[in-house]
Design a protein around this ligand. Structure first.
Ligand code: PMT
Length: 406
């Protein structure tokens, strides 16, 4: 049964092209069993007719703050009290700025100001508008006040450009909203996540690295935060905005990552190793830039220390989840890692193909633990992260209830 059954969602629609996707979002929320009331800003009505939302939600759409009839029927205070959750999708840069300033010149702003329930925003805007310091500052401030951000996602945009700023797909928003009502899943639990690539220096200007973008780890951090966890990310060099509400420790090399993870891991409940840590590093780092004097050049490499294995052999080890990136024999190699390194769970992905894996917006995982396995089929990394966090919390709780009753 969906966690949205009988939940009352007030959907705020602001004026962006992604407003058309909120029709599908309304349909999905209703299908999941929620009651939906829609409040539109004036600008939103230029993109989608209120009648569409009225037909899909089965309720009149609320538009004007000063409409006396509407005020008497269900004014901003009553709307704010009616809702279990206020979801604003799409949330434009303009609306986020107004929300931060506490403006109540339109009905939606007044409802948010009067709200005592959680508010979640699904930002949607051009990538440059999203990364503009003003918007980032507004987003950080809204999160600091307890609001939640769902996305934005990366990808092609209506303006023809590409980057972070796309509204999450309606199905992903619906899942995230569902998780809202199971926030206590990981509440009080600390989660440490390694993410991204490492850089192994050869000389002052060159290094060895890999194609990891950090997306999988950052999406897991966001999903764990949404599930109520206290999250720390140890991140290799990536070009991603930090996950909101997570502590981020930035590192470069495999040795740096080892030191950072091992100083934090003994105090954590769960460790998830998504980082693509270099298996080998140069034996020596040249002090000066290596000159191209010879026809060929050999660089001697030595094994790095295995962070995941070291965490799994701590005396008071956290619940330890490893990743396995394999081009072939995915399940067999992953199972060998699960058993060989003494892990609680392994999440394996096929890499080296066009879809999923390194530097892709999507992924698919084969997940195994002591006594079970499952497949998470190809989906956005946001969706895969929500599903994996769900599996981890179920198994973590099962392990601890056995421990406590044993
Ligand atoms: O970052 P993205 O672009 O989103 O891509 C995601 C991903 C493909 C990098 C991710 O899903 C993934 O598969 N991460 C693990 C990559 C990897 O290095 O796999 P592996 O099979 O080589 O390593 C197995 C496990 O050992 C991993 O949990 C790794 O973090 C860990 N390891 C490896 C070497 C080492 N020295 N220390 C480690 O802890």
């Amino acid at each position: 049964m969906s966690l949205l059954v009988e939940k009352r969602i007030l959907l705020g629609v602001t004026g962006g092209i992604a407003a058309y996707k909120s029709c599908e979002l309304t349909r999905l929320l209703i299908l999941a069993g929620a009651s939906v009331r829609v409040v539109m800003t004036r600008a939103a009505t230029a993109f989608v007719a209120p009648l569409s939302f009225q037909a899909l939600s089965g309720n009149p759409v609320h538009l004007d703050l000063l409409d006396s009839e509407e005020e008497s029927a269900m004014g901003h205070i009553r709307l704010a009290r009616w809702a279990d959750l206020i979801l604003i999708a799409p949330a434009t840069a303009d609306f986020m700025a107004k929300l931060r300033a506490g403006l109540a010149d339109e009905l939606l702003g007044a409802v948010c100001l009067a709200a005592e329930v959680p508010i979640a925003l699904a930002p949607a805007m051009n990538h440059a508008m999203w990364s503009n310091p003003a918007t980032q500052d507004n987003a950080a401030c809204l999160v600091a006040r307890g609001m939640s951000l769902l996305g934005p996602a990366e990808g092609g945009q209506a303006c023809g450009e590409s980057g972070y700023g796309r509204m999450l797909e309606p199905a992903d928003i619906c899942r995230a909203v569902e998780k809202f009502f199971s926030r206590s899943q990981l509440s009080g639990i600390s989660v440490l996540i390694s993410a991204g690539p490492t850089r192994e220096p050869i000389d002052p200007v060159r290094y060895l690295t890999n194609r990891s973008s950090g997306k999988m780890g950052y999406c897991l951090a966001q999903a764990a935060i949404a599930a109520g966890a206290k999250v720390t990310v140890v991140s290799g060099p990536v070009a991603l905005p930090p996950p909101y509400d997570a502590a981020v420790v930035r590192v470069e090399s495999a040795a740096d990552m080892f030191d950072a993870v091992m100083s934090l891991a003994p105090h954590q409940d769960i460790y998830i190793g998504t980082a693509a840590v270099a298996d080998y590093t140069p034996v020596a780092v040249a002090e000066e830039k290596i000159k191209k004097s010879k026809e060929s050049l050999a660089i001697q490499l030595t094994r790095t220390r295995d962070i995941l294995a070291a965490v799994a052999s701590l005396p008071n080890k956290p619940y330890t989840v490893g990743f396995a990136a394999e081009t072939d024999h995915v399940e067999a190699y992953a199972k060998a890692k699960l058993e060989g390194k003494g892990l609680d769970m392994i999440a394996a992905n096929r890499v080296g193909q066009p879809e999923g894996g390194f530097d892709s917006p999507d992924n698919a995982l084969w997940v195994a633990w002591n006594g079970g396995e499952t497949v998470l089929p190809l989906a956005s990394k946001q969706t895969i992260a929500i599903q994996l966090i769900e599996l981890i919390s179920e198994n973590y709780r099962a392990k601890h209830s056995t421990k406590n009753s044993g």
